[in-house]
Write a protein that binds this ligand. Structure first.
Ligand code: C5P
Length: 299
């Protein structure tokens, strides 16, 4: 039996360019893996069992357990790639909010690729795993590697960013999810002439220096405007976090989760308590980043 832990991601910068011919958007993003984790357990199953998926935890009842779940498809993909029978029991223990803009599904897919590779002793070369990951979804390659990285293309082309120090995040979970394609469609409606995106140099500088105050001031997300348009209550959450003294606050990815940067661990705790008391979100978590990507924790 193999257990893999895999983190959530937030985007410190998410700059979305024009819609491409394949329907995706060219983008420049800075991914940052944070310590909100899903756990994927892969157990051997007798020949002919197929892929049997079960899910528990945060939002589990809303998830499918058939081939419409990206975790299921990840197992099928790596089995086909290695030409081995796809017989495995997979169990997901969810700590990452479902449809929250933190790449929970992509995290599970990265976890399953890692777990099946270990369970079936495939030794798949890293570059091949990354190609499989990119076929599964734009965020999946990043969840394999974790840390902090610049993503280009549709988000799947990565280059790591060295950061100084650990950052403390406060994560405000919302009621229900938002559909990523719907948020991109709203972006197209609001910004029909989006320019080609550029990497933020002040953000890179803040990361190099480990300067939380500068980082807070440079967080940006082009999908925030459409996410707030679809879910106006998010404005109240964002305002509440900033009024309570966060160094910066943005919608995470396509939302509706909002993330706030704290000065240090103590400030994160104060901010968590204060934000919970405002009643503007379903629940509030703390996390640190950067953390490693999908990692085998028990065999
Ligand atoms: O790649 P992934 O399946 O995670 O993307 C989910 C959806 O998000 C896509 O179907 C597309 O609508 C949108 N998307 C996009 N441009 C990107 C990444 C995702 O339009 N670069």
């Amino acid at each position: 039996m193999i257990t893999v832990r895999v983190p959530a991601k937030i985007n410190l910068q998410l700059s979305v360019g024009p819609r491409r011919e394949d329907g995706y958007h060219s983008l420049i993003t800075v991914f940052h893996a944070v310590s909100l984790m899903d756990e994927v357990t892969a157990t051997p199953a007798p020949a002919g069992t197929g892929i049997v998926l079960s899910v528990e935890g945060e939002g589990a009842s809303t998830l499918s357990t058939d081939d419409s779940n990206i975790a299921w498809r990840a197992a099928r993909m790596i089995a086909d790639h290695a030409d081995v029978p796809a017989d495995v029991r997979l169990h997901l223990s969810k700590g990452i909010p479902v449809a929250g803009g933190m790449a929970g599904g992509s995290a599970d897919a990265a976890g399953v690729l890692t777990a099946c590779d270990a369970l079936w002793r495939l030794g798949t070369p890293r570059a091949e795993l990354e190609l499989l990951a990119a076929d599964l979804g734009s965020d999946v390659p990043f969840l394999l590697s974790g840390g902090t990285a610049v993503g280009t293309g549709r988000g799947e082309v990565l280059s790591p960013v060295l950061t100084r120090s650990e950052f403390h995040w406060v994560i405000a979970l919302a009621e229900g999810g938002l559909s990523t394609p719907a948020v991109y469609a709203e972006y197209d409606r609001l910004r029909p002439d989006a320019p080609e995106p550029h990497l933020s140099e002040p953000l890179m500088q803040a990361l190099r220096l480990g300067d939380a105050t500068a980082l807070g001031a440079t967080l940006s997300n082009d999908l925030q405007m459409p996410a707030v348009a679809l879910r106006p209550a998010l404005r109240r959450t964002l305002d509440a976090g900033l009024e309570e003294g966060a160094l910066g606050g943005i919608v995470s990815g396509s939302g509706p989760t909002c993330v706030f940067l704290a000065r240090d661990a103590g400030h994160a705790l104060d901010l968590t308590v204060a934000l919970s008391a405002t009643g503007t979100c379903r629940s509030v978590r703390r996390a640190t980043g950067p953390v490693a990507g999908a990692t085998v924790v028990t065999t």
